[in-house]
Design a protein around this ligand. Structure first.
Ligand code: GLN
Length: 484
């Protein structure tokens, strides 16, 4: 059961081979057994999960969907009514969400069962899960290594088979990079496809929620349930409902894969290159052709992102003031002192660094030099993709420059850490859909292949990923230490 696909779980439930209560108990027991080692979950609520499972078991006929009774985990950035929702921060360590995020509401309505809330980098700022107030998450493939970030808890939970699937968010790579480092499949949809309502804001023009699971097929089913217009998010897109699984089986003959020359230069580890090249060879076997494309401004994506994302973060995080909710300093003088002390105590170092940078680049005198310039670069980066998609249907390359790295290896040097998203960030700046699928191993750790599609190209990208997963079994591998 722990390796079953969502489709397999759905038919086992429909045929009453297993009940949702039994399935949920299986995963809750695994969480109890393995979470002390991995730290993937910050909150688990057995009673709540089992009550939802029981309700799912009672649903019949039209009340059931393809996902009814299947357990999943939520990244702790999503508000879920009655659940503690921390965003990986001491600031929200005591915060219980009074309402559901749109994504949570939709997955609940589909009948899915929340197992618990997953650990993450504080306010989704990080690539290793080392910035969480609740301690780092360990990579199930090698517990001396990071799981990636910021959705590292979600990734570790699925990789160790503590949950069949999970939600994640991706502002600069936080679904794709941990999916790559933990041997999973994850998709960041086109900006605006999934509502940000109730998803704690980091950088609003970049943040996008999406599913993480073992396969592209699972991700398609989850995305079907997560996507959709929501008037409570002003950037939510009003589009006709799509079935993201509709094209999964389409043959790949004639598919044109674009390989950006900037993604295949220096910077990528040799072992990653070997695995990515082998995946491209497999795609040629499947009938695709490859063509070199260029994203000339991609080298500017990390610098532009680290102006825009902190600028938006500094504004979004001003709401945490110790007055309305979240951490409040025990002792303070006047109101300003209350703000200063509550924020000094409630935020960790990386969050403070981003707030400082953000306030700086938005300040009078530096706005034009940094913020405005970064926005212009953002436009150029999006234009590069538009030009590249004239010659190809999908872009491919590595998801991350290396496999999972050791704890502490990059945490002392923020720039080194920022560079772990060198291949993912441009996608967020352009608002495009991107995904990562497992494509091999380097030094016994999983390697991720990144797929980038044109705006609203999710269904085709999932098709391209699914056909590869029918021909290979990388996505079926699991870390041996958690097989029992
Ligand atoms: N690692 C990037 C950052 O720290 C991206 C994080 C994310 O996608 N949430 O900003």
């Amino acid at each position: 059961m722990i390796n079953a696909s969502l489709k397999e779980l759905a038919s086992a439930l429909a045929e009453k081979k297993i009940s949702s209560v039994e399935l949920t108990t299986l995963f809750l027991d695994r969480i109890e057994q393995h979470n002390p080692m991995l730290n993937a979950f910050v909150t688990i609520d057995r009673a709540k999960a089992l009550a939802t499972a029981q309700a799912a078991d009672q649903k019949v006929g039209a009340d059931r969907t393809a996902l009814t009774g299947i357990p999943l985990a939520h990244k702790d950035i999503f508000c879920a009514e009655g659940w503690r929702t921390t965003c990986g921060s001491k600031m929200l360590g005591n915060f219980t969400a009074p309402y559901d995020a749109h994504v949570v509401e939709k997955l609940n309505a589909a009948g899915m069962v929340t197992l618990g809330k997953c650990n993450m980098d504080e306010f989704a700022m990080g690539s290793s899960n080392e910035t969480s107030f609740f301690g780092p998450v360990k990579n199930p493939w090698d517990t001396a290594c990071v799981p990636g970030g910021s959705s590292g808890g979600s990734a570790a939970a699925i990789a160790a088979r503590l949950a069949p699937a999970a939600t994640g968010t991706d502002t600069g790579g936080s679904i794709r990079q941990p999916a790559a480092l933990c041997g999973l499949t994850g998709i960041k949809p086109t900006y605006g496809v999934v509502s940000r309502y109730g998803m704690i804001a980091f950088a609003s023009s970049l943040d996008q929620g999406g599913p993480m699971a073992k396969s592209a097929e699972d991700c398609a089913l989850l995305l079907n349930a997560m996507a959709g217009f929501d008037p409570r998010d002003s950037t939510s897109l009003e589009r006709p409902t799509e079935d993201y699984a509709r094209d999964l089986e389409k043959p790949l003959a004639g598919l044109r894969i674009g390989l950006p020359k900037e993604f295949f230069g220096a910077g990528m580890d040799d072992g990653v290159r070997v695995a990515v090249e082998a995946a491209l060879a497999e795609y040629r076997q499947l009938g695709a052709t490859t063509v070199e494309v260029s994203l000339p401004n991609s080298g500017l994506s990390v610098p532009a992102y680290y102006v825009i994302a902190p600028a938006e973060a500094s504004s979004n995080l001003s709401r945490f003031d110790g007055v309305r909710y979240g951490h409040r300093a025990a002792e303070y003088g006047d109101l300003n002192d209350l703000y200063a002390k509550s924020r000094a105590e409630g935020f960790g170092d990386e969050v403070k660094r981003r707030i400082l940078i953000g306030a700086y680049v938005l300040s009078h005198g530096y706005y034009d030099a940094y913020y405005l310039k970064a926005q212009k670069i953002r436009r150029l980066i999006a234009a590069d993709f538009t030009a590249a998609f004239k010659d190809c249907d999908v872009i491919m390359g590595p998801t991350a420059p290396s496999v999972a790295f050791k704890f502490g290896e990059k945490s002392a040097d923020p720039v080194q850490m920022y560079l772990s998203d060198i291949y993912t960030i441009a996608v967020n700046l352009a608002g495009l859909p991107g995904m990562s699928i497992p494509c091999g191993f380097d030094r016994d750790l999983p390697v991720g292949l990144q797929l980038i599609g044109p705006w609203f190209g999710e269904a085709q990208m999932l098709n391209v990923a699914h056909r590869y997963q029918q021909a290979t079994d990388w996505h079926r591998r699991m870390p041996a230490a958690f097989a029992g």
